[in-house]
Design a protein around this ligand. Structure first.
Ligand code: ASP
Length: 304
């Protein structure tokens, strides 16, 4: 089975002056992930590495560069899932963690649980010897400015965040390795100016991510409250089971998100046959992928 990789950096109205950074960020993650796949790394290792790179890039709303909640704090969510065994690890509402997806991987590898949140997740991170990062080091000036603007005039409806110029930049990756194993990872700082303790779709299995060797893998981004109502990552992979290709499943999932709950977002999909797909109903979505010839492609907006 030939390897495949696709990554995303969020679906929303990305300001034009930020397009170059978003494209560069997803391209760098796809390039690094692909190099690992070519060295024979597992899909699980590859999605973890690609998402860590995106978390470390301050362009995106994940890890460094995460949005601030209404208290001016960062709370992050992440998930990683192994399509071979359906094992998964997730963390939610974590603070001071440089790479939430790494912590999610440790939950997968070293606990009997699937998800840890808040203080329990922090205690586990300390137990595993993870280093903590001061909130100031994860906070970028762009998000301080956004927080100040929201404080002066709070956002009215969170759906608008994804269609108006507000915030976004959740990251994700789906890989298929040479052994036919599929893995997915998604990581986010959530939505700007949210209530503390708010958790979106991203760390929820079947909503923000799903991977199953028998079908495929999907990573979501967009309006988390809506995405979780329709459990969209599992919906997308179920469509593959019904015979749809990765691209058909992506298109149908976004159509369903809007038709059923008027949701906005985007997703990337890999099917078990090696098909790749992505779709979004937001103005933009940053995506990078490697095709069957090994060529790297990037995308941010539909052709004008
Ligand atoms: N889906 C993420 C959340 O609701 C946000 C995003 O993708 O921009 O937390």
């Amino acid at each position: 089975m030939p390897a495949r990789l696709i990554v995303h950096g969020g679906a929303w109205r990305i300001p034009p002056e930020e397009h170059a950074d978003h494209l560069q960020g997803v391209e760098a993650a796809a390039r690094a992930g692909w190099a690992l796949l070519m060295e024979g790394a597992s899909a699980l290792d590859v999605v973890e590495k690609a998402v860590m790179l995106l978390e470390d890039d301050p362009t995106f709303d994940a890890g460094t560069g995460s949005v601030l909640n209404c208290l001016g704090e960062i709370e992050m969510d992440a998930i990683i899932m192994d399509g071979r065994t359906l094992e998964m690890g997730a963390v939610a509402a974590v603070q001071g963690i440089q790479n939430p997806v790494r912590l999610a991987r440790l939950v997968l590898e070293d606990t009997d649980h699937n998800m840890l949140v808040g203080q329990g997740a922090h205690d586990f991170a300390r137990l595993k010897g993870m280093r903590f990062t001061p909130a100031a080091a994860l906070t970028v000036p762009r998000e301080v400015k956004r927080f100040m603007a929201f404080q002066a005039q709070p956002p009215t409806k969170s759906a608008e965040s994804f269609t108006a110029a507000a915030s976004g930049g959740t990251v994700g990756a789906v890989a298929l390795d040479n052994s036919g194993n599929i893995a997915v990872a998604t990581s986010t700082g959530g939505t700007a100016f949210s209530l503390p303790g708010r958790v979106g779709d991203s760390p929820l299995v079947g909503s923000g991510a799903y991977a199953d060797n028998e079908t495929g893998g999907a990573s979501l981004t967009g309006h988390g409250e809506k995405i979780m109502q329709v459990v969209l990552a599992k919906h997308a992979t179920d469509l593959i089971r019904l015979g749809k290709s990765a691209q058909e499943a992506a298109d149908a999932s976004i159509a369903y998100l809007y038709q059923r709950v008027e949701g906005y977002g985007g997703l990337i999909v890999v099917d078990k046959f090696g098909g790749l797909g992505f779709a979004h109903n937001t103005p933009h979505m940053a995506v990078a992928w490697v095709d069957e010839t090994g060529a790297l492609h990037t995308y941010i907006a539909p052709p004008a």
